[in-house]
Design a protein around this ligand. Structure first.
Ligand SMILES: [Zn+2]
Length: 83
């Protein structure tokens, strides 16, 4: 497998989508190529972090509270009426 192929299959590999033969030649390449191995490790870290962020977000309420929406978008007309 070439570096280019490894790059192309990187995400599939991390998601466990590769077939057994592809997976083996992917790993073979990694044991020979430090550059690609580094890339895979870096991606694995990123995926782990973004998974953690995703899990944290699931704990939040699905809809932002009204005060938050008002604070972000405001309502200029309403403020002018009150002022
Ligand atoms: Zn490589």
């Amino acid at each position: 497998m070439t570096c280019r192929e490894v790059n192309k299959l990187l995400l599939d590999f991390l998601q466990g989508k590769l077939g057994r033969a592809q997976r083996r030649s992917f790993q073979d390449h990694l044991s020979d190529c430090a550059e690609c191995k580094e890339k895979v490790v870096a991606h694995q870290k990123t995926m782990r972090i973004s998974k953690r962020v995703f899990e944290a977000h699931k704990a939040l309420p699905p809809v932002a509270p009204d005060e938050m929406i008002q604070a972000i978008f405001g309502d200029d007309k309403d403020k002018q009426k009150k002022a």
